[in-house]
Design a protein around this ligand. Structure first.
Ligand code: RIB
Length: 284
C-alpha cells in the first residue's frame, strides 16, 4: 500500500444546491442547504485513502463545533490526523459553495484556522508521497516540499504567485485550464511533470512543455463537481507512485475525478478504487 501525507486546507463546506448559479448582483432563491466536510487538502487526503493509500493529513482547524464536522469522514475512513492541530480562539475554515443543476459550482472560502499552518511546526513523516495544496499557507507548503524525500505533488489552485522552491522541487504540478493560462510559460520551465485538467474533456501530462500523455474523462452524469480536481490529484499521485505508465496513470486519475462528480458534496462523493476501476472498464 502506498503511503501519502497531505499538507493542506480543512473546511466545512456550506452548500446551496440550486437550479443555476447567480450572476453578480442577482439572486437565486430555490436552493437546498447542506453541510459537508471539505477543504482541498482534506479532500485529497480522503480521496487517496478511499483509493487504497495509507494517509496522514497536516492542517489546522479551529476550536469550534465546525471542526468535528469537517474531520468526521477523515476519522471514519482511518486518515491519520495526528498532524491536525486545533487552534484556540480561531474559526475552522468555511467554504460557501453554490452548486447548479449542471454540477458547476462557485466557491467563496473563509480560510480561518488554515492560515495558521506554520512551516516550522510541520513534522512531515517519511512516506512515499507528499501532496501540497496551494490554499494552505504558501511558505508551509514550500518548506514541506523542499525538505521531503519522496515523490512531491502540488496543486496550484487558485492561481497566485508560486514559491520558486515549488517549481524547482515538485515532481508533479496540477493545474486546471485557467490556472495554466495564468502561470503561462513558467510551468514549461520547471523540471517535473505538469498535469493540466480540462474538466469533462479530460487531462494532459507535460514535461518541459512537451506533451507526454492525454486522456479522456469517462462520460458520467455530473451532479456536483466539487472535489473532482482534488480526487484527480490524489489519484494521479498514487498511480505514478505505484509505477503506472503515464497514459494509464492519467486515465485512472480522469476516471477518479469523473466518479467524484456523481454524488453531492466534496467528501461524500469520493470514490473507492473499485468504483474507479469499474468506470474505467465501462461497467458503471
Ligand atoms: O477543492 C474543493 C474545495 O474547495 C471544497 O471542498 C471547498 O472547501 C473549497 O476549499
Amino acid at each position: 500500500m502506498a503511503s501519502v501525507v497531505v499538507v493542506g486546507s480543512i473546511n466545512l463546506d456550506i452548500v446551496a444546491s440550486a437550479s443555476r448559479l447567480p450572476t453578480p448582483g442577482a439572486k437565486v432563491t430555490d436552493a437546498l442547504l447542506t453541510h459537508h466536510p471539505g477543504g482541498g487538502g482534506a479532500n485529497q487526503a480522503l480521496a487517496a485513502r478511499r483509493l487504497g493509500a495509507d494517509v496522514s493529513l497536516m492542517g489546522r482547524v479551529g476550536s469550534d463545533a465546525e471542526a468535528d464536522t469537517a474531520l468526521a469522514l477523515l476519522r471514519e475512513n482511518g486518515v491519520d490526523l495526528a498532524g491536525v492541530v486545533e487552534v484556540p480562539d480561531t474559526a475552522t475554515g468555511v467554504a460557501l459553495i453554490a452548486v447548479a443543476a449542471s454540477g458547476e459550482n462557485q466557491i467563496v472560502v473563509a480560510p480561518g484556522a488554515n492560515l495558521r499552518l506554520m512551516s516550522e511546526s510541520l513534522q512531515v513523516p517519511a512516506v512515499d508521497a507528499l501532496i501540497g495544496e496551494h490554499l494552505a499557507p504558501r511558505d508551509a507548503v514550500a518548506r514541506a516540499i523542499e525538505t521531503f524525500d519522496g515523490f512531491t505533488c502540488v496543486t496550484l489552485a487558485t492561481a497566485s504567485e508560486v514559491d520558486e522552491v515549488v517549481l524547482r522541487h515538485a515532481d508533479l504540478i496540477v493545474v486546471n485550464e485557467s490556472e495554466a493560462a495564468w502561470y503561462g510559460d513558467s510551468l514549461a520551465l520547471q523540471k517535473g511533470l505538469v498535469a493540466k485538467t480540462s474538466g469533462a474533456s479530460g487531462a494532459a501530462l507535460y514535461r518541459g512543455g512537451e506533451q507526454l500523455a492525454r486522456a479522456a474523462s469517462p462520460a458520467v452524469k455530473a451532479v456536483d463537481t466539487t472535489g473532482a480536481g482534488d480526487t484527480f490529484t490524489a489519484a494521479l499521485t498514487l498511480a505514478l507512485v505505484e509505477g503506472q505508465p503515464y497514459a494509464e496513470a492519467l486515465s485512472f486519475a480522469c476516471a477518479a475525478g469523473a466518479a467524484a462528480t456523481q454524488r453531492n458534496g466534496a467528501q461524500p462523493s469520493l470514490p473507492t478504487r473499485d468504483e474507479v476501476e469499474r468506470l474505467l472498464k465501462g461497467n458503471d
